[in-house]
Design a protein around this ligand. Structure first.
Ligand code: HEM
Length: 178
């Protein structure tokens, strides 16, 4: 495991990713912006910070399975991406670790159902709750344009799962590499 590191996403009028669509799924949205960067850009209209950290819920077997199929960020063909900041409810955070795992995987099959979208979709999870940020997680995904429809199917599956009844704020920012 590499040591944890902080990532800042900034939105503004310039940056390596052009915003195609910004949708608010739950709770307050985010101000519109034309560009997004995975760095701290001067003059950004908004910034979100998260830490790339250790896994919380995955079992050793799941981590091994993921490591065998997942792709890394920055593939040249992956010109589409999505930043999906998520905040979960008090009800989620007041549960114990084993209860959260039960909702996340035993009842929602988050890993099992997402696995079939690998390696088409590359991903990175950033934890933001402990930084006092407005979202608990910043989720980031990269894929080629021909896998955009499959990514939409994945979103629909996850959002219909019991885990999502605990999501109280969610914004989806779909971007294209400039
Ligand atoms: C957490 C896999 C897609 C949102 C996780 C974890 C895994 C995982 C293994 C647990 C990390 C840990 O052990 O702490 C995948 C795979 C995906 C995928 C293989 C396929 C592309 C998505 C999508 C979203 C999402 C599309 C958002 C719409 C999250 C969130 C967490 C998470 C918010 C943190 C949950 C928590 O700690 O409460 N994902 N995921 N994932 N994923 Fe996914």
């Amino acid at each position: 495991m590499p040591p944890p590191f902080t990532v800042t996403f900034s939105a503004g009028s310039a940056g390596p990713w052009r915003v195609e669509r910004l949708s608010t799924l739950a709770g307050p949205g985010l101000p519109a912006a034309t560009h997004l960067a995975m760095t701290d850009l001067p003059g950004a209209s908004w910034r979100l910070r998260g830490v790339v950290s250790h896994p919380r819920y995955s079992t050793a077997a799941e981590l091994k399975m993921l490591a065998g199929v997942q792709a890394g960020l920055g593939r040249p063909e992956a010109t589409c991406a999505a930043l999906i900041p998520i905040r979960k409810s008090e009800a989620w955070w007041s549960m114990a670790q084993d209860e959260r795992r039960a909702v996340f995987e035993d009842r929602s099959r988050h890993i099992a159902l997402s696995m079939k979208y690998l390696p088409a979709v590359a991903r990175r999870l950033h934890h933001a709750r402990d930084l006092g940020e407005p979202f608990d997680f910043l989720t980031w995904f990269e894929f080629a344009p021909e896998h955009a429809a499959a990514f939409d199917d994945l979103l629909a599956e996850l959002r219909a799962s019991p885990e999502w009844t605990y999501v109280e704020r969610e914004v989806e920012i779909r971007v294209r590499r400039v």
